[in-house]
Design a protein around this ligand. Structure first.
Ligand SMILES: [Zn+2]
Length: 187
């Protein structure tokens, strides 16, 4: 009996350790969550933050909203002081994006055309009521489906010119073909 008892407690301990290794309680919202819900923090014993990702996001958003003007001003000031360093970093980030995730440029530009009123092309897209409903994952799927790497200069195209940017309505085609299509549509 003693042996059996020992076995059970050992197993219990084992499961308890496994459980504590995969679960953690957020100290902010007091909810127990999986470890992947916490960002990495190498200064902590278990390598994870005390707050979950959602709580950190809310805190950062509030912080930005409350100090918006100050943050924008200080960012601009930093950019002016370290202009070459910043430009270099931006260029490197852009190049790495174009190499590793080329579809992201299409994603960003299309989103901007639909959602940003300051964008030059906004009147022909967002101004006409065209909505941007794609996610990054969907754009990636489209890119793989249409073999974007085989195109000379790829561009994201809506099959129906009055339709939204949706998975069913979008495809990657040559930029030249896309421009021709736009001319036909405009008359
Ligand atoms: Zn939390």
């Amino acid at each position: 009996m003693v042996v059996k008892y020992n076995c059970i407690t050992r197993l219990d301990n084992f499961y308890f350790i496994c459980y504590t290794l995969t679960m953690k309680t957020c100290t902010k919202c007091k909810i127990e969550k999986e470890l992947k819900e916490f960002s990495n923090n190498r200064w902590m014993k278990d390598g994870k933050n005390l707050w979950c990702k959602i709580c950190v996001k809310i805190k950062n958003k509030n912080l930005y909203q409350n100090n918006k003007d100050r943050i924008i001003e200080s960012t601009k000031k930093y950019y002016k002081q370290h202009i070459y360093k910043c430009r270099k970093r931006n260029r490197e980030a852009y190049l790495s994006m174009m190499i590793n995730k080329p579809w992201m440029s299409s994603y960003r530009h299309a989103k901007e055309r639909c959602n940003n009123p300051n964008c030059e092309k906004y009147p022909r897209y967002g101004g006409r009521g065209i909505k941007f409903l794609l996610t990054k994952e969907e754009v990636k799927k489209l890119w793989i489906r249409d073999k974007g790497w085989l195109l000379n200069r790829f561009s994201i195209d809506r099959k129906d010119n009055d339709g939204n940017y949706e998975y069913k309505n979008c495809q990657f085609i040559e930029l030249v073909d896309n421009c021709k299509k736009q001319k036909v549509d405009r008359g």
